[in-house]
Design a protein. Structure first.
Lengths: 197, 137
């Protein structure tokens, strides 16, 4: 069974039951997650869910709505329901893909400037640089910015020279950035060899 | 299997069938280089008792752990591993008779990828000899 947790993220039931690093969720709470999603899916298929919730952005959002409309004459029962829902929501949150906080435009520009200076200095015989800064679309990383530096170099450059220069640019990023900034950036330094005419 | 061995396989593949299947060999070498580097990094972190998902999410998690290191070489290795993952993804997915994405994979490109993998492995194993947690608090 594949569940949708978060926008466009599909989680297989086996993964949802798996242990999460840093957490020690009891088995009944893991089961509560799959049970909750099963009931939500069944409810959706019966058409019992309000139309607005049919396209809910995430199971989390749906769970919050569900919890907020619970009516029970017994206050204790309500509290228990909410507590159970919160546990479920808390566990589901661990599966939602998170991104690092974005970096301000001025700071990002300063970082790119240093990286370009480093590339100019480190690539032997550099002919030109093409730099692209874009939002990171890769879901396998927590980064939110992608900096791609294509370094056009003569094809006489050796593999070792090229790797040394690529590492120097990565080192420049490491030296000027705090951990949160490193998390936020995917850096691609791509040597492009140009044959001599 | 020691993931480090994948790097040797990558080198063999890179030159193995160059006249008949050149680009497929070069692309495969990039994949082996990535999995060698990723596997060694993953094993080092597991040996130091870092928690893992043990599924596809570990690719991002390994990079995230390594970026926390106080050793500059390990942080650089993390960035290079992330970059090599991108190369590997392109080598395996940006294919087809008329590729619409990515680039051709020639011997030089494959050589670069294998060298990146070798550098990542050397830097992480070197850090492990200094500190089993490779400098991660």
């Amino acid at each position: 069974v594949n569940y949708s947790v978060g926008d466009q993220l599909f989680v297989h039931s086996h993964d949802l039951m798996a242990s999460i690093p840093g957490r020690d969720d009891p088995l009944d709470e893991r089961l509560a997650c799959t049970d909750y999603l099963d009931r939500r899916e069944a409810s959706r298929q019966r058409g019992a869910t309000p139309s607005g919730a049919l396209r809910a952005q995430s199971a989390i959002a749906a769970a919050v709505v569900l919890a907020s409309v619970v009516k029970s004459p017994k206050e204790l029962e309500v509290e228990q329901s909410l507590a159970a829902a919160n546990k479920t929501i808390d566990r589901l949150l661990a599966f939602v893909h998170t991104r690092a906080a974005s970096i301000g435009a001025a700071r990002l520009e300063a970082i790119v400037s240093v990286l370009c200076d480093t590339a100019r200095r480190e690539f032997p015989g550099l002919l030109s640089l093409v730099v692209v800064v874009a939002d990171e679309g890769d879901r396998e990383t927590e980064a939110c910015h992608r900096i791609t530096i294509r370094a056009f170099v003569p094809d006489s450059i050796t593999t070792q020279e090229s790797t040394r220069a690529v590492k120097a640019v990565h080192r420049a990023l490491a030296e000027m950035s705090e951990y949160d900034e490193l998390r936020a950036i995917t850096l691609i330094v791509q040597p492009e060899r140009i044959k001599a005419s | 299997v020691n993931a480090h061995e994948f790097l040797q396989v990558g080198k063999v593949v890179m030159i193995g069938l160059p006249t008949t299947l050149p680009e497929a060999c070069h692309r495969s070498a990039c994949g082996r280089a990535y999995y060698a580097a990723f596997g060694v990094a993953h094993a080092v972190l597991v040996a130091a008792n870092f928690s893992m998902f043990n599924n596809g999410q570990d690719h991002g998690l390994v990079v995230s752990y390594l970026k926390r290191s106080k050793f500059g070489d390990v942080v650089v290795a993390a960035g290079l591993l992330d970059q090599l993952r991108e190369t590997r993804n392109s080598s395996d997915y940006d294919t087809g008779q008329q590729p619409v994405r990515g680039r051709s994979f020639d011997l030089t490109y494959a050589n670069d990828a294998v060298d990146w993998g070798e550098n990542i492995i050397q830097d992480i194993l070197s850090a492990q000899r200094r500190d089993a947690r490779v400098g991660i608090p």
